[in-house]
Design a binder for this molecule. Structure first.
Ligand code: KG4
Ligand code: ZN
Length: 333
């Protein structure tokens, strides 16, 4: 069965075609709105929705062309139902339902975080259930026990800012252009260890929860202390210390989660999973650690097509639809 995947939850429009029989990705197309939102220093929801509308049809045509397929070859359409920006989600949901209705094929609603969580399977064949998942995106930082597709238990999460959000907010206060997370991590590579030391909030709490909002405030206080003109060197050192603090907290919580569950595999997913320092540190764990390919770390249609293909049993007739801007993936343990 050929499953078309549609992602439009935030500032990326992604389309992909996945073959559920051979479990292979046939093609994918992506448009990022980053440059459009950069001018405003953050995602402007209305602009995001309008851009998704402009891109969905051309990206789908291009995806089918790349795969050497036509609309008539598609058997089902999976789309991100939530969580995300309401208007942005509606564009993908409306497009998916209208197209499926016209083609007389079923739709499958996909949870965006499940897409992220399963994305390492797109490039990795050795992951076995059960495993620990670390979801680190712009909106979520969660540690989950994954017992099977669809069986997710929330073990711990950030009680305030998500790790990606902390990266972005800290980058902004350091004067870096939106979206600053990746840029901050590039500058951190140039900084040296030990020049600054920021707190590791909740690292010693006796649970798997985390907190990152205080860290951003600590950076702000430090920047103010440095005075008007921050040299490149100082800024890079601050980036380094900030990144090290985030990585240390994530590492420590995953280490604890491994010993609590007895699991031996960790899957890292979400945009912050692209962070090199995080990857290097997690690889030192006494466990097998899997990361999605860099291109599947940030939002994309491939992970949605893949997740939909694992839930063909949920396929149903297209038509009326709802979106879920707020939607919990896992139940708490
Ligand atoms: O998963 P994602 O594409 O979107 C959400 O669903 O949130 O994640 C985007 C987040 C942003 O906060 C971005 O700054 C962060 O991932 N990010 C990074 C890096 N690349 C992207 N954070 C740290 N280091 C990176 N290299
Ligand atoms: Zn995402």
């Amino acid at each position: 069965m050929l499953v078309l995947g549609i992602e439009s939850s935030c500032d990326e429009t992604g389309v992909a075609l996945f073959d559920s029989d051979s479990q292979t990705l046939l093609a994918h197309t992506l448009h990022t709105q980053m440059a459009m939102h950069a001018e405003y220093g953050g995602v402007v929801p209305e602009l995001a929705s309008r851009d998704h509308i402009r891109r969905l049809v051309p990206l789908t045509n291009e995806c089918l062309q790349k795969a050497g397929k036509t609309y008539a070859d598609i058997h089902a359409i999976g789309y991100t139902q939530g969580p995300g920006l309401g208007g942005a989600l509606l564009t993908g949901a409306a497009f998916a339902n209208a197209l499926a209705f016209a083609l007389n094929i079923p739709v499958i609603e996909v949870h965006h975080l499940e897409g992220h969580l399963l994305s390492p399977f797109l490039s990795e064949k050795n992951i076995r259930f059960p495993f620990l998942a670390l979801l680190v995106s712009g909106g979520h930082t969660q540690i989950m026990a994954v017992k099977a597709v669809g069986k997710y238990t929330l073990l711990g999460e950030s009680i305030d800012d998500a790790a990606g959000e902390a990266f972005d907010k800290t980058a902004k206060l350091l004067g870096l252009p939106y979206p600053g997370g990746a840029k901050l991590s590039q500058l951190a590579e140039l900084g040296k260890d030990g020049a600054f030391d920021f707190p590791r909030p909740m690292i010693n709490s006796n649970d798997l929860n985390m907190s990152f909002s205080g860290l951003k405030t600590a950076v702000l206080t430090c920047v103010k202390k440095q005075g008007e003109n921050l040299s490149d060197l100082t800024r890079n050192n601050i980036c380094r210390a900030f990144q090290t603090a985030v990585v240390d907290v994530l590492y420590s919580k995953i280490k604890t989660a491994l010993s609590q569950t007895g699991f031996t595999q960790v899957v890292v997913a979400g945009g912050v999973g692209a962070n090199k320092a995080l990857r290097a540190k997690l690889k030192t764990l006494n466990a097998e650690v899997f990361f999605p390919k860099q291109e599947w770390c940030t939002d994309n249609g491939a992970m949605i097509a893949y997740a939909a293909a694992q839930h063909l049993d949920k396929a149903h007739k297209a038509g009326g639809f709802t979106v879920k801007p707020r939607w919990q993936l896992a139940v708490s343990s």
